[in-house]
Design a protein around this ligand. Structure first.
Ligand code: ADP
Ligand code: MG
Length: 286
C-alpha cells in the first residue's frame, strides 16, 4: 500500500468571485504503516487535502497514485480506492443514522457488496476493536455518549476493511479523557490491522505523541515534512504560521536560548525529561 501525490492543486469555485486556491503544488508520499499527523492553522487546506486521498475531491491539476496506479486515469476503479482509504470526517457522529448501532456499522460493508453475514462479521469485529460491547449493538446510536458515538462512526469506516485510515480532527469537541481514549484506539487499530493512519489535528501534543511523520500545512502548501523531532525544532517558523506549539516545546526552546545544551526542543514531557536527565547526569560525572 502506498499513496503518492504529485503536483496536486485544488481550486474551489474556479473562475468566480469565490475562487480559492486551496492546495498549491502538493507533493507527498504515505508509505505502508506510517502514522502521519497533519497540522496547520484553520483554512490552511488540511480537510481539502485529505478528501483527495480517497478520491472524494478530484484535483484541479496534478496526479495521485494509489499502489502505483494513477487514480485519475479514465479506467481507474474509484470504488477500490473508496474502500481501501477509509475517511472519517470531522464530527462523524453527525452521520450516524442506522436504527441500531450494528445496522449502522453494517451499512458501509453492505454497500460495498458484502453479504449480510460477512457485513455482520466485519461490523462485530470493528465494534470490538473500538470497544463497543455486545449489549449496545441493538440500541439506537442516539442513546450513546459523545465519545461512544464517535467510536461507532469510526467502526463504520473500519468495517469496510480499509488499508489506510484517514481522520479529520477525530478528537475535536471531546473532553481530555475521551480524547485520549480516541488516540489510544488509533494506536490499537494501527497495531492490530497494520493500517497507515493519517490524522488531522490542530493539537500538536497529540500529534507528537502518536505520529512518526508530521506534515505542516500553511496557506495551501506543505511547509514542513519530517519527524516530530525535526518539525518541532523549528519553533520560530511554527509560531510565524500561528501554530500553537506544546508548552514543553516552548519551555525547552527558551532554555536552549538561555544556553542550556539540549540537542533540540522537546516534543513532549517524556522527551524533555529524557534529554534533561542526560544533561544533569553528564554534569555530575564531570
Ligand atoms: P482546514 O481544514 O485546514 O481548516 P480547508 O481545507 O477546510 O482548511 O480550507 C482550505 C481553504 O479552502 C480555506 O480558505 C477555505 O475557506 C476554503 N474552502 C474550504 N471548503 C470550501 C468550499 N466548499 N468552497 C469554497 N472554499 C472552500
Ligand atoms: Mg478542516
Amino acid at each position: 500500500m502506498s499513496i503518492k501525490l504529485e503536483h496536486i492543486n485544488y481550486i474551489y469555485n474556479p473562475g468566480d468571485a469565490y475562487e480559492r486556491h486551496a492546495l498549491k503544488d502538493i507533493n507527498l508520499e504515505i508509505p505502508q504503516g506510517q502514522f502521519v499527523g497533519i497540522i496547520g492553522h484553520t483554512g490552511s487546506g488540511k480537510s481539502t487535502l485529505i478528501q483527495h486521498l480517497n478520491g472524494l475531491i478530484k484535483a484541479t491539476s496534478g496526479q495521485l497514485y494509489y499502489e502505483g496506479k494513477n487514480i485519475y486515469e479514465a479506467d481507474y476503479n474509484m470504488r477500490t480506492l473508496r474502500t481501501q482509504v477509509g475517511l472519517v470526517f470531522q464530527y462523524p457522529e453527525q452521520q450516524l443514522f442506522g436504527r441500531t448501532i450494528l445496522k449502522d456499522v453494517m451499512y458501509g460493508p453492505l454497500n460495498l457488496g458484502m453479504s449480510e453475514e460477512e457485513a455482520e462479521k466485519s461490523a462485530v469485529e470493528s465494534l470490538e476493536l473500538v470497544g463497543i460491547s455486545k449489549e449496545y449493538y441493538h440500541l439506537s446510536p442516539m442513546e450513546l455518549s459523545g465519545g461512544q458515538k464517535r467510536c461507532v462512526a469510526i467502526a463504520g469506516v473500519l468495517a469496510m476493511q480499509p488499508e489506510i485510515l484517514v481522520l479529520d480532527e477525530p478528537a475535536a469537541g471531546l473532553d481530555p479523557e475521551t480524547k485520549n481514549e480516541i488516540f489510544e484506539l488509533l494506536c490499537r487499530i494501527r497495531k492490530e490491522r497494520n493500517n497507515a493512519i493519517v490524522l488531522v489535528s490542530h493539537h500538536m501534543e497529540d500529534v507528537a505523541q502518536f505520529a512518526n511523520r508530521v506534515w505542516v500545512m500553511h496557506e495551501g502548501k506543505i511547509a514542513m515534512n519530517g519527524t516530530p523531532e525535526e518539525v518541532y525544532g523549528r519553533v520560530e517558523e511554527l509560531e510565524e504560521m500561528h501554530i500553537g506549539i506544546p508548552q514543553i516545546t516552548h519551555l525547552t526552546y527558551s532554555l536552549i536560548q538561555e544556553g542550556l545544551p539540549l540537542p533540540r526542543p522537546a516534543i513532549n514531557v517524556a522527551d524533555a525529561e529524557e534529554m534533561l536527565v542526560r544533561i544533569f547526569k553528564g554534569e555530575k560525572e564531570r
